[in-house]
Write a protein that binds this ligand. Structure first.
Ligand code: CMP
Length: 139
């Protein structure tokens, strides 16, 4: 089933000029980048985006990291895009990520783990509208 998911290429990856390399892994996995924009996330945007983690001990660090440098926000489309992208990203902690995954290839730590991907189709829809207008997504 064709589906959309929301992706962020995080500051540790944009800082190292890895946007193209990450996109190659995404495209080789059969996912199409149907919207993409490089932005400097505001503190308010980052706090809202990660609201579900606000009680976690790493919340402050996570927000600081996400606003530390520009990120690339994306909408990916493909069959089972949510699950497929989670496979391609690899485990949250790069130490546990499978060979060939984005996090195994490029991530530096559990906090600075190069990419975000939605964990459900429902959350993907909620995340996409935080960063894209419908007309900016061209499938
Ligand atoms: P993400 O998929 O963007 O969603 C929540 C993020 O919290 C997660 O990726 C990690 O980057 C971050 N995170 C999870 N666990 C930790 C941790 N123990 N320390 C710092 N950041 C974490």
């Amino acid at each position: 089933m064709a589906e959309r998911t929301f992706s962020i290429i995080k500051p540790d990856a944009t800082r190292r000029n890895l946007t193209g390399k990450v996109n190659t892994v995404i495209e080789n996995a059969g996912l199409r980048i149907v919207a993409q924009r490089r932005i400097q996330m505001s503190r308010a945007q980052a706090e809202k985006f990660y609201e579900i983690h606000k009680e976690r001990p790493f919340f402050g660090e996570l927000v600081e990291f996400m606003i530390s440098e520009p990120v690339v926000v994306q909408v990916l489309e493909g069959d089972n895009a949510v699950a497929r992208y989670r496979e391609v990203m690899g485990a949250t902690n790069p130490a546990n990520a499978d060979e060939g995954t984005i996090r195994k290839l490029y991530a530096e730590s559990v906090g600075e783990n190069s990419v975000h991907g939605s964990d459900s189709a429902e959350n993907a829809a909620l995340e996409i509208v935080q960063f894209f207008k419908p007309e900016d997504i061209v499938g």
